[in-house]
Design a protein around this ligand. Sequence first.
Ligand code: C5J
Length: 222
Amino acid sequence: MTDIKAQPFPFPLQRKAVALIVIDMQRDFSEPGGFGASLGNDVSRITKIIPDVKRLIAGFRHAGLPVIHTMECHKPDLSDLPPAKRSRGNPSLRIGDKGPMGRILIAGEPGTAILPELAPIDGEIVIEKPGKGAFYATELGDILNHKDIKQLVFAGVTTEVCVQTTMREANDRGYECLLAEEATESYFPEFKAAAIAMIRAQGAIVGWTAHVDDILETISHA
Ligand code: C5J
């Protein structure tokens, strides 16, 4: 066992039982005309983390460790979209509406795709999820059980919504969770800071947080 330098204390890496999970690095959350922008957010905050997410993915691939990607999206007939989710708020485009990158957050549409710089490679698992958490209504739990994964390193967006929700789901299922600080982002810097603080508070009540460099350093030598 090797430790990753982390907060609130070192993360006890189990090399044979760890996977990287990259949450929702999709065009819809990071490009003008997508879902994030339709809600009035400054999506340029999201694109700034691409280099850090990219090198984290590269480090896991290089170390021969699993990389799992998630996408928030819905079926074209919207049968997995609760009316409460579709009608919430006052976006300029709702989920399922046609926008400049195709139908918003619908599986298979250009805007729903993972950013090309971070695209999955052959053999990597991609989880399509209708909720904010990646365990809800997906096969993720079964896949992790099957692979004997016990620890999850998290990257992606947004920190306080889909990333934190999935970390909490994972924590309740018994996974040890580590958030890569520079490889996650929010439309609201104060929410990112608050999410990081609350995740690692009270003796890592939800999980650990660490810098990308420290994660890469440890996995490359473990
Ligand atoms: C949101 C996400 N923010 N991936 N989705 O609606 O965080």
